[in-house]
Design a protein around this ligand. Structure first.
Ligand SMILES: [Zn+2]
Ligand SMILES: [Zn+2]
Length: 330
């Protein structure tokens, strides 16, 4: 099968994924084999490719927002031909303290799709049968792909920030995840304030119903109840804290941050403000979000690339040139 393979994170050429012919994965017990139809491109792919996340597996095939059709390993619950999604969490051990206490997102030995096992930048992908999610029929393959990490983890961020109906919420950064989160927030009647760099990202935020839109250095004109940061930058976390009312929460939706700069405790954290990280996702986050996405008729804004141009898609994401989400069509 055709696949995009990461040869070495140390290779700093612009074409770090090599399009190659590799063996089709063999079915394993408890797994399903998917014929891939689409795979979303995520910022985490850049962290993997750039070596900001330590390598887990030589010659990995990245991609963890897979839309595929079951072609082998079908079960009664998952008949052949079922269209399913696969996300970043490809499996957990089920036995550690976290798994046994409802925090499978924090599992001590998780499997990460496209990082510790091969992912979806390939014509076929293997996935654990208990970690695939049947997809709402209303969404086509390409539009369903960005829901699977950008969407689900964006939704988890809203939960971690403790957002309630009608609150004032700041989104700092406006990429794939934020552009899906705003749709959920609007459905919850929240007032959304967006700070982001890039005029086209600001235009998209305004078009999607933001009450206020500013540059990344602009301060929202009202105190926020909650904020979610999406940029891999600690400066942005501090900017979000500075915009928060007492008792408010900043959820940091980033698997990697450059660092958090020193900040003034008395002015920014005192007053029971909280900073919380958002780590991975649970299967119930996935199911709940996919159901909400179907109910509110969520339609991601996507830019489509063929598999042969996956490096171009990643470069565009790196340079902030994608409005909404990039998706590889197979
Ligand atoms: Zn576990
Ligand atoms: Zn992701």
């Amino acid at each position: 099968m055709k696949a995009a393979v990461l040869i070495s994170p140390q290779d700093l050429s612009p074409h770090r994924l090599r399009i190659s012919e590799v063996p089709k994965p063999e079915l394993k017990p408890g797994h399903v084999l998917l014929h891939t139809r689409a795979c979303g491109v995520c910022r985490t792919d850049l962290h993997i490719i750039d070596g900001e996340l330590p390598p887990r597996q030589e010659g990995i095939i990245p991609g963890h927002q897979i839309v595929g059709e079951i072609v082998d390993g079908a079960t009664t619950e998952l008949p052949a031909g079922t269209r399913v999604g696969v996300s970043w969490i490809g499996g957990v051990d089920g036995s550690c303290w976290y798994c046994q206490h409802g925090f499978e997102n924090l599992c001590d030995s998780p499997t990460f799709t496209g990082y510790s096992v091969n992912g979806g930048y390939a014509e076929y992908a293997l996935a654990r049968a208990d970690f695939v999610f049947p997809l709402p029929t209303a969404l086509d393959d390409l539009q369903a792909a960005p829901l699977l990490c950008a969407g689900i983890i964006g939704f988890r961020s809203l939960r971690v920030a403790g957002i309630e109906q009608g609150e004032r919420v700041g989104l700092f950064g406006f990429g794939a995840s934020a552009h899906l989160a705003i749709a959920v927030l609007r459905a919850w009647k929240c007032e959304v304030y967006v700070s982001t760099r890039g005029a086209s990202h600001r235009q998209l935020a305004a078009a999607l119903g933001a009450a206020w839109v500013g540059k990344e250095t602009d301060r929202p004109p009202a105190k926020l109840d909650r904020a979610v940061t999406f940029a891999p930058s600690g400066d942005v976390v501090v900017a979000a804290l500075a915009s928060l009312r007492k008792g408010g929460i900043v959820a940091v939706n980033a698997i990697h941050l450059d660092r958090i700069p020193e900040f003034d405790y008395d002015a920014l954290l005192w007053g029971e403000r909280q900073v919380r990280s958002v780590t991975n996702m649970t299967r119930s986050d996935a199911r709940d979000f996919l159901q909400i996405a179907a109910e509110i008729n969520l339609r991601p804004k996507i830019t489509i690339f063929p598999l042969d141009r996956v490096n171009d898609a990643l470069a565009a994401l790196r340079n902030d040139l994608i409005d909404g989400a990039a998706v590889i069509a197979l």
